[in-house]
Ligand binder design. Structure first.
Ligand SMILES: O=C(O)CCC(=O)C(=O)O
Ligand SMILES: [Fe+2]
Length: 231
């Protein structure tokens, strides 16, 4: 690891898109990695996602609560072994809620309500998080620019990073191309995108192999994305 003179700071990359470095402490990260390993086992475990156009996603995925497939949600792993999707644990839904609160508390909240006269009230608490997508990236994996648009809810998307550092690209709501902002997501980092950025294109162009914290016991990168289905 290279030296760093200044601590990384929370940053609002675009309205409603907030990066909170080191949101999860090392022991919470280890707990989440252990949980991901359990979720990744069959039935309805980690699978390779095939896209309708013939492509294959390089990040492998397992879902909780509802099963995402290109492009919709199901109660069973319709493009996997067909088993019922594992339930969304209450504690993970609560973690999603806490993430939104912490991300928007001290940044300007993209989902905020601006009262007449300009005063900004706290963003309303979103409905319970009922979906988790867990993506596993090995050294070669990446994720192309896309929007999370299969939900029927405007609740912010919550994204937790574990293991190897990656480059996360937050784009705009109109095109897969520039303008975009690249940010490094490290193990324990939180990224929330809601409000004006809820439907922004985003992706993971690069994972830096071998950069996971040594104590975590993970080779590769796990991303836990929490969403409200509204379904
Ligand atoms: O791995 C990431 O940080 C992003 C994952 C993502 O965008 C998704 O699962 O929709
Ligand atoms: Fe996404």
């Amino acid at each position: 690891m290279t030296g760093e003179l200044f601590p990384r700071e929370r940053a609002e990359l675009a309205p409603g898109a907030v990066h909170v470095p080191d949101w999860l402490d090392p022991s919470r990260q280890r707990e989440l990695v252990t949980a991901c390993r359990t979720w990744a086992r069959p039935p309805a475990g980690l699978r390779t996602v095939h896209l309708p156009g013939g492509g294959t996603m390089t990040a492998r995925q397992v879902c909780l609560g509802r099963h995402w497939y290109p492009y919709g949600y199901a109660r069973t792993a319709v493009d996997g072994d067909g088993a019922p999707v594992k339930p969304m644990p209450t504690w993970l839904a609560e973690l999603g809620r806490a993430a939104v609160r912490d991300a928007y508390d001290s940044a300007s909240p993209g989902g905020a309500v601006t009262a007449p006269g300009g005063a900004t009230a706290a963003a309303p608490d979103p409905a319970p998080y009922d979906i988790a997508l867990i993506n596993f990236y090995d050294a070669e994996a990446h994720m192309g620019m896309h929007r999370d648009s299969d939900e029927n809810s405007t609740a912010p998307v919550v994204s937790l990073s574990l293991g190897d550092t990656c480059v996360f690209r937050l784009g705009n709501t109109e095109t897969r191309t520039r303008p975009y902002t690249d940010v490094e997501l490290r193990s324990g980092d939180l990224m929330v995108f809601g409000g004006a950025s809820r439907l922004a294109y985003h992706g993971v162009p690069k994972v830096h192999a071998g950069t996971a914290p040594p104590g975590l016991g993970l080779a590769g990168r796990l991303n836990i994305t929490l969403r409200v289905s509204g379904l």
